[in-house]
Design a protein around this ligand. Structure first.
Ligand code: ADP
Ligand code: MG
Length: 623
């Protein structure tokens, strides 16, 4: 509990004791009785009264504070002192409860967000100095000791350690790093001392990007939240005028008909309806549910950029996936090599690896890995990466092209058909065919379950799009059980394909694109929802996607959908429950069937139940 919450709790306890004491002591003098009851009333309600008055002064009359102030002042004027104090008391209990629940979810998120590093260690003249990570320039060597967070993205220059990435990915398995490995900020060093040469500024590092993303997520409101805001804007004034009419009209009609007016009866009923109608249960619990859903998801390594995306995810009917790096590991192994006349296999691989040395594509990384030697980048000039085709570059002054058949066709080089299947990388040197390297990728362990899980979750069609060759694509599709596969696509063709599906589907059906963020940013932003996976370290993906899966596991898509459905179920439960109770109590209050104590339940009780229900969104257990 915070200090502020403790103060409110103390006020609640004191006021509760005082009001019971006042109730038990028989005081006959009416003025003295009023004066005595004013003590607990003011202790518990002074801040609400103040806010209500300020609201009226500023012209924003109709809010919860005004409802509560009007109802309790009215009750006191009618001589219903205990009820007047009780309304305030329970309202404050409800508020306290709600602020505690919000605080708890916020803490839960910030626990994940505990990735924010406070300092970076720099070694200067044999001394370790702690500096603000913001001040560290690119290329500085920083020191990360066991137990400390990696503050900035970089490359290990000395030492080895195991890193805990659970705050980022929700995975508990540690990651081993050694000299030469890239590390991203936000991981916690669990063993050895690491020296890291930073490759980015703090503001551009993974940890800053993620924090920025989560902090902004509450800005993007879901439709349900917008509905409630709009609803409250009309509802509260309507209720106030309704109550005023209820207090005035029946007595006036009675007077006109020459009957007894029953003023206090109708005013009491009006005040009861005022208390009942307080919309706080909705206004508070709906954003809290989304907040909880987003928080619960982020604890599982799923970052959702806004409530609107969480809401849309529950309506997913079409899932379109990229192949390489999304459904497959994107770690290729060389399975076969065929050198043309005048070239050796070693030369072939060296040329390809060098030409690819600047690329981020999974294929290039794998080729460099297969080559296995350090590449002197000064040998490589004028690199041109043609997405969906491959790369062209000058290596040692010779023009090298490495890529698929499309690339060879483009360069008008006749290639030799490989007699084995696999992803093909053809290599040409100075316009002459040099041979091909066949590489094979493996399907990710969770990919098959992910496809099955999506189908079970009501997804109508799982589509796989890939730039890879047809036989490879079809083999993978068969293995995973995807419904539709389209191969040999350029990035632009993927957009066309997604647009075709978008035009075909119903308005309430959402299309999700899942990619790894490498040359599929246009599709990510074109789909209703873009999910980037394996985003650790890839800025492009974090930027272009609406939902970011921090690790490589495709099964997280299904988990994200389950979390989104659960959150929306809770939201709908709360809306229906709160409105049903409110409207039935409003009716009963207006006809005088229920009194102030029921009104208190309809207000505070409903709010507490709704908030309790909302906090369920935060926890998610796999069934
Ligand atoms: P995917 O849809 O499988 O992610 P991409 O659109 O990234 O594939 O690439 C499509 C095809 O283009 C790859 O299968 C490969 O044949 C070729 N390609 C793209 N980039 C490169 C590269 N850097 N080196 C070699 N081949 C490449
Ligand atoms: Mg790709």
């Amino acid at each position: 509990m915070t200090k502020k919450q403790k103060k409110v709790l103390i006020r609640i306890i004191i006021a509760a004791i005082l009001v019971i004491v006042c109730y038990l002591i028989p005081i006959n003098n009416p003025y003295l009785r009023l004066a005595v009851f004013m003590i607990p009333y003011l202790i518990i309600g002074y801040d609400i009264l103040r806010k209500a008055v300020l609201g009226v002064v500023h012209g924003e009359v109709f809010d919860e504070n005004f409802l509560m102030a009007a109802a309790t002042v009215g009750a006191i004027i009618l001589g219903e002192y205990v009820e007047g104090v009780a309304v305030m008391l329970f309202y404050q209990i409800g508020e306290l409860f709600q602020s505690y629940a919000v605080g708890k979810s916020r803490r839960n998120i910030s626990q994940l967000m505990d990735i924010r590093p406070d300092y970076a260690n720099i070694e200067a003249d044999g001394q370790i100095e702690q500096v603000d990570p913001d001040e560290v320039e690119i290329g500085t060597v920083i020191l990360v000791q066991p137990g400390e967070k990696v503050p900035i993205d970089g490359v290990v220059t000395q030492g080895s350690a195991s890193l805990n990435t659970s705050a980022l990915t929700g995975e508990s398995l540690p990651r081993e790093v050694q000299e030469g490995d890239e590390v991203i900020s936000g991981c916690v060093n669990m063993s050895g001392v690491l020296k890291i040469r930073t490759t980015r500024e703090f503001g551009e590092s993974t940890v800053s990007k993620i924090l920025e993303l989560v902090e902004n997520s509450s800005m993007k409101k879901s439709r349900s939240e917008n509905f409630i805001t709009r609803f409250a804007r009309y509802y509260t004034p309507a209720v106030c005028y309704g109550a005023l009419a209820l207090a005035l009209l029946p007595p006036i009609v009675n007077l006109l008909l020459g009957q007894e007016s029953h003023w206090s009866l109708w005013v009491t009923r009006a005040l009861t309806t005022l208390v009942i109608s307080c919309p706080c249960a909705l206004v508070i619990s709906i954003p809290l549910s989304f907040f909880g859903g987003i928080g619960g998801a982020s604890a599982k390594g799923i970052l959702v950029k806004g409530s609107n995306y969480l809401e849309a995810l529950s309506q997913t009917r079409y899932v379109v996936c990229d192949k390489t790096g999304t459904l497959t590991k994107g770690v290729f192994e060389v399975t076969h090599q065929e050198a043309a006349e005048g070239f050796t296999k070693e030369e072939l691989l060296e040329m390809a690896a060098c030409a690819e040395c600047y690329s981020n594509h999974p294929i290039s990384k794998s080729l460099r890995e297969a080559y296995g030697h350090e590449i002197d980048r000064s040998r490589v000039k004028d690199v041109e990466e043609i997405s969906g085709h491959g790369v062209c570059a000058y290596v040692d002054g010779r023009m090298v092209a490495a890529g698929n058949r499309k690339l060879m066709k483009k360069l008008q080089i006749t290639h030799i058909e490989p007699n084995k299947s696999g992803t093909e990388v053809h290599v040409a040197v100075d316009g002459k065919y040099a041979g091909h390297i066949l590489i094979a990728d493996v399907v990710k362990p969770g990919a098959k379950e992910a496809v099955t899980g999506l189908k079970n979750a009501g997804v109508r069609e799982v589509v796989m799009l890939t730039g890879d060759s047809r036989p490879v694509a079809e083999a993978v599709a068969e293995e995973l059980g995807v419904d539709v596969v389209r191969s040999e696509l350029l990035p632009a063709d993927k957009v066309t394909e997604v647009e075709r599906l978008l035009a075909m589907k119903g308005r309430k059906e959402k299309l999700v694109f899942v990619g790894d963020g490498i040359n599929d940013a246009p599709v990510l932003s074109r789909a209703d929802l873009g999910i980037a996976m394996g985003a650790l370290g890839s800025d492009a993906a974090i930027e272009a996607a609406d939902i970011v899966l921090m690790d490589d596991d495709p099964a997280k898509i299904v988990l994200a959908m389950q979390i989104s459905r659960k959150t929306l179920r809770i939201v709908h439960q709360n809306i229906v429950f709160a409105l049903a109770v409110k409207f039935s109590c409003l009716f009963l209050g207006a006809v005088g069937a229920v009194g102030m104590w029921w009104a208190i339940f309809a207000d505070v009780g409903v709010m507490i139940l709704a908030v309790l229900n909302a906090t369920r969104a935060l926890t998610f257990r796999k069934k």
